[in-house]
Each structure stands twice: as C-alpha cells, then as structure tokens.
Design a protein around this ligand. Structure first.
Ligand code: GDG
Length: 465
C-alpha cells in the first residue's frame, strides 16, 4: 500500500485527540498507511538571509507517521500567511471583496513560500507516495512540485467555498491560481455549487475543455473535479456526549437553565460566520416575540482567531457593543439574554452544551461546510432533539435540507425562524432530526476521506483509448 503524504497549513500530533474534521480524517488515513504530515510549524523566525530554496525542517516521528514542519520568516508570515492567505484568498473566497487587500508583495510571498515548501517536501518523497494537499494556503504547491519533477498522484481539497467567476476574477492572480489547480490529478470542493463555479470559471476565462462529467483538460494536463462534503466522526462525538465530562456539562446546563430555553452558537470569531447579523436577529426576536423575554438565553462562544488582522479587531468591537446593548436593553436582575464568551472552550465541554440547547444558530454569511451544524445534531437526544437553524449559505445547507434554513442577511426572517424553532412540536423535531442524522451518519468523515482517496486513485488511471 502506498504511503500517504498530507500537506496542510498546520499539523497535529496524530496520537493526541483530534479537534475538527481535518485532523480526524488525516489521523485516521495516516494511521492506516503510515506516512508524512507536512506543514508550517506555527513558528516565525527572525528574518535571516534565506538560501534560495531553503526551508529548515523539523522531523518528529510518531508511530508510523513523520511530522515534518517548516518555519516561516517574519516577512513570510506577514506577506504569505496574513497577507495573501488571510487578506486575499480568505475574504475573496468568502465573497468579501470589500475586505480584500491586493498587494504584489503578498502574491510574491505566496508563490515563494509554496516553492520553499515544495523543495522541502520533495526531499522527503518516495516514488509511490500519494500526496493530499489541503486548503487555500497551498494552491500552487503541486505546480511547484511538478516543476521539480514530481509525478506522484496529487490531490487537493479546498475547505472553504469557491466563489463564482465574477468574484474570483477580481484577484489579480486568478488566472495563475486556477492554472495551478491543473497540476493536481484531483481537485475536491465541499459542495456541488463550488464545482459549478469552477466549471463556469473554466468556460468563461480559459480554453480548458470538459472531457466528461468532472474531468477537464487544460494547460497540458487533465484534472478530475468533484464535490466531497466533509463530515464529522459520529462515533467519536457520541463518545464525547456519553463521557462523564459530557454528561456532567449537560446536567449542569440543564439545571442552570431549567426555567429557560437555551440557544447556542459556537464559532471562530470570523466575519464569515455572520455573528453580528445573528445577534440582530436575536434582538428582533426579543422585540417582536415578547414571551421570550426573561426566558430565552443565547450562549455565543466566539473562539479567538487570526487576531493580528484589522478586520477581526473591528468585528470584536462590534460584537462587544451589540452584546452589551442587548443585555442592557433587555436584561433583568436574574436574566441576561446573551452570554457571550470570547474565548476558546475545551472540546469535551461542547457536546453537553449542544445537547442542553433547544436551538443551535449556525448562520454564516458564507461557509465552506460548517462542522458545528453536524456536531450539534450528533449531540442531541433523538427522543427530544433540539432544532438546527442553518444559513442557506453554509455548504452544509446542500445536505441538511431538513434544518430550518434561513437567509442570514434577513433579520426579520431569521427572528421568525428562531421563534419557529423554539416552538416546534416534538413530533416535528424528532422527524427532522432523524432524517438529518441519517445524512450525517452516511456522509461522515470516514466516508469523506475514503471517497477522496479512492477518487484520487481513479483519477490517475489512464483514460480509455
Ligand atoms: C473550515 C471552513 C469547514 C469552535 N469553537 C471552539 C471549537 N470549535 C470547533 C468546532 C468545529 C470547528 O472548531 C469549527 O469548524 P467549522 O467547520 O465550523 O469552521 P472553520 O474553523 O471555519 O473550518 C469550514 C471546515 O474548515 C472543515 O472543512 O467546514 O467551512 O471554514 O469542530 O467544534 N473547538 C473548541 N473550542 C471552541 O471554542 N475546542
């Protein structure tokens, strides 16, 4: 069996409990075949005169897996990571051209770092390794590896949305980004609508030719393209729900809120997650459905992320002021409508919190998939489940049709949807939850990784003459 080589922005120790879909999937795949997990160490080094291709790597062996990490210089961190990845690709791919900062230095650093990583990785490769590259930080990696003579099978998975051609084409380097995707044998997206955007881009902007469903010839290569909606590890999550800590947390929350209806939101503090819009809708609910006053409490966890970026600072201030205003306008001595926690919460506490909440608000303005939606469903008691209020603009909405779907930009619609969720009869809750569970069970994280790796194997088989 071929070794697997996974490349992602950050790496995690595969013997430690994994947080998040990517870490679970990678850990399982690597355990099966052994291999390498390559990525940025998370460290920045003082700028030093760089050798031409030089990346100093650290190799740590954990069982049959080698964790190989490379540092970034301060300049690379600023221009590649903060600059191109998080000030260009993240906002534009989430349709936020207003937040993008186009700067040639960012584009240059993006190429340079991908080249440096390719050199460092190339030295570690064996001829029959299968390479799986993840996410927007590393789009040109395969092109750089091919330039070094690497002809191993290479697949790419984009965890965030791919916007329509008119939005993508605003990036000055859009043509070379898309061209570099053709260095992969398989390109995976989260949803069918991302795949459609890709096909439309090719049609509008390139001479690439569609050979068959999901197969394109362009720039002298053939690439397969398909949707692989990422899932969660249902078994692992159910174990967390049933664990002592999970049950303790559940009981504590249930007791604390026995007279109240609990709503929950769990997100990284990111402008794509629609947090201010969610709070406005919750405020509207209290305004227009007065029976929820002194009764409904929204616990919003907003885990800090990418705090070095200005847009995140603005969001933090906006959230502080929105939560403060709702609490001061509606709060009572013994009831606060919003409990806002701008810290990360331990993973083992999330399932109990989810299970104690009658409603989950997962209302991003745009999201590749959104795993919180799936985690919330998996944590419910099937005989008395809560209701998922889900943005139609989350990738998950393509699969989770029995959720209460909302337009996160429409405050009134969202407030009405929350009211509907809070008052939904038990029979309807049970029925919707059962269908949603069937979907997330079928398309779990193991399905996702197997399907991607199987497709990658097929993608490199020669086409019939
Ligand atoms: C990207 C794409 C795509 C959240 N707060 C805390 C915490 N979390 C955990 C959740 C969940 C994960 O982080 C968040 O995953 P999401 O899918 O919701 O969102 P992103 O981080 O933006 O992930 C996204 C995903 O990649 C996978 O492909 O679905 O669209 O944007 O697992 O539970 N975990 C802990 N404390 C917190 O405070 N421990």
């Amino acid at each position: 069996m071929s070794r697997l080589v996974v490349v992602s922005n950050r790496v995690a120790n595969p013997q430690k409990p994994a947080a998040g879909g990517l870490a679970v999937a990678v850990r399982e795949s690597l355990r099966e075949t052994g291999g390498i997990w390559f990525g940025w160490s998370g460290r920045q080094q003082e700028d030093a005169p760089e050798e031409k291709t030089g990346a100093k790597v650290t190799v740590q062996t954990v069982g049959n897996v080698q964790l190989v990490t490379a540092d970034l210089s301060r300049e690379e961190y600023e221009n590649y990571y903060l600059g191109y990845a998080n000030n260009v690709l993240w906002p534009v791919f989430h349709y936020r051209l207003d937040l993008a900062r186009f700067d040639e230095r960012f584009a240059d650093a993006y190429r340079r770092v991908n080249r440096k990583f390719a050199h460092a990785l190339h030295e570690q490769l064996k001829p029959d390794d299968v390479i799986w590259v993840h996410d927007y930080h590393l789009i040109p990696l395969a092109a750089e590896l091919r330039a070094l003579g690497c002809d191993n099978p290479i697949g790419f998975f984009l965890h965030i949305p791919l916007p329509p051609p008119q939005v993508l084409a605003a990036i000055p380097e859009h043509a070379s980004l898309v061209q570099s995707l053709f260095a992969y044998d398989l390109v995976g997206f989260q949803t069918e609508s991302d795949v459609t955007h890709f096909a439309h881009y090719l049609e509008a902007e390139t001479h690439a030719e569609r050979l068959s469903e999901g197969k394109f010839r362009g720039f002298g290569r053939i690439a397969s393209v398909a949707a692989f909606p990422i899932g969660i590890d249902i078994e692992e999550f159910s174990k967390l729900v049933r664990s002592r800590e999970g049950m303790d947390m559940f009981e504590r929350m249930r007791k604390e809120y026995s007279r109240r209806q609990l709503l929950v939101g769990v997100d990284r503090l990111d402008y794509s997650k629609g947090l201010p819009q969610r709070l406005q809708a919750f405020r509207r609910l209290l305004e227009t459905h007065e029976e929820n006053r002194d009764r409904a409490t929204l616990i919003q966890i907003a885990a800090p992320s990418r705090e070095a970026l200005d847009a995140y600072d603005d969001l933090r201030c906006e959230m502080d002021s929105l939560c403060g205003a709702i609490n001061s306008d509606y709060g009572e001595l013994d009831w606060m409508p919003v409990r806002y926690i701008h810290r990360s919460v331990a993973r083992k506490r999330l399932p109990g919190l989810y299970r104690a909440s009658r409603v989950a608000l997962v209302t991003p303005l745009r999201d590749g998939m959104n795993l919180v939606a799936k985690e919330y469903l998996a944590a419910q008691d099937p005989t008395d489940p809560g209701v998922l209020v889900l943005s139609r603009f989350a990738g998950a909405a393509e699969q989770l049709k029995e959720a209460v779907l909302v337009n996160p930009y429409d405050t009134q619609e969202m407030a009405e949807a929350i009211q509907r969720a809070l008052t939904m009869p038990i029979e309807e809750r049970v029925e919707r939850h059962a269908s949603l569970m069937a979907t997330i069970r079928r398309y779990d994280v193991h399905w996702w990784r197997k399907r991607f790796l199987d497709e990658l194997k097929h993608a490199v088989e020669p086409l019939p003459a």
